[in-house]
Design a protein. Structure first.
Length: 291
């Protein structure tokens, strides 16, 4: 592994100062389950690794009916999927958080790290997009909010500029009669990378027979995690029916831009975009109806 300096930052300003000074040769470490591997393999380079786990703002995990859910960028997965508010209000997030690595990895890995790794197949990202997540990003003098679907610019690349770091993820409170789900297709039973994945969130009317709104995102079928507004538009205002779900799944399939690699062919991924969208929607509808 290449040599680098290690700094454990205790405040946002300290971390931002180091990141601004060192530019792209400074890397943030929250869980480190991706970063350390990347540095060892030469897929990333760094002169300074800034440990941000000790910064209070990055360790917050809280929910309110008015503000929704706040997840600090350094909160490990096990805290998230064991949190009573997450379990009650964001079951789709549980779907994803329990799939990332194994138990040992989940003791350190973070959603903030999963987002900043910016893998097109990142397990947390499609469902976070479906949940309308906003990224809170800070630098020396500025804090800004960025919709998660606009956070990615390419494989392993985000909109973060030198001197900026992800502080937290904010999810709005769930709407009445809403439900969400995340599903992926993998070659093995566990601890594998998605060939294709789908995150879906639906809102139904009071009778739970018509779609008021919906959001859907796909993983591993484009250079970045893929928000598919066309799929949501195909459902909005429509009765909950096989025909509406079929139209949304076809819209997702049409939006997918996969490649062929060792994990699967482009043709297979196109087909799976359709299949996983239908299954995620059906599970989200079931949850919206109280199932």
């Amino acid at each position: 592994m290449q040599a680098f300096s290690y700094v454990s930052a205790r405040t946002l300003s300290e971390a931002a100062d180091i990141l601004a000074r060192e530019g792209d040769q400074a890397k943030c470490l929250s869980g480190g389950t991706d970063l350390i591997v990347f540095l060892r393999e030469g897929r990333r380079s760094a002169k300074v690794v800034v440990d941000v786990k000790g910064i209070p703002e990055l360790n917050q995990l809280g929910y309110s009916p008015k503000e929704g859910l706040t997840i600090g960028a350094a909160v490990p997965l096990h805290r998230i999927y064991n949190d009573a508010h997450v379990i009650e209000h964001y079951p789709g997030l549980i779907d994803a958080a329990t799939l990332i690595g194994g138990i040992a990895i989940q003791g350190r890995a973070t959603l903030g790290g999963n987002v900043c790794t910016a893998s097109p197949a990142g397990d947390s990202i499609p469902i976070l997009i479906a949940y309308e997540t906003t990224c809170i990003v800070a630098s020396r003098n500025v804090t800004k909010a960025i919709p998660l679907e606009k956070f990615f610019v390419g494989p392993g690349r985000t909109v973060l500029q030198p001197g900026e770091l992800l502080v937290a993820l904010k999810l709005p409170p769930p709407k009445p009669n809403s439900g969400a789900a995340y599903l992926r297709f993998i070659p093995r039973n566990e601890m594998d990378i998605a060939v294709t994945s789908a995150g879906a969130m639906v809102v139904l009317d009071e009778d739970k027979r018509r779609f008021v709104g919906a959001r859907l995102a796909l993983g591993a079928v484009a250079p970045t995690p893929l928000f598919v507004p066309e799929a949501g538009a195909a459902l909005t205002g429509q009765p909950v029916s096989d025909e509406a779900i079929e139209a949304a799944a076809r819209a997702a399939q049409a939006a997918a831009r996969p490649i062929t690699d060792m994990r699967g062919s482009a043709e297979q991924r196109k087909h799976l975009s359709y299949v996983m969208t239908k299954r995620a929607l059906l599970r989200a509808i079931e949850r919206a109806r109280g199932g």
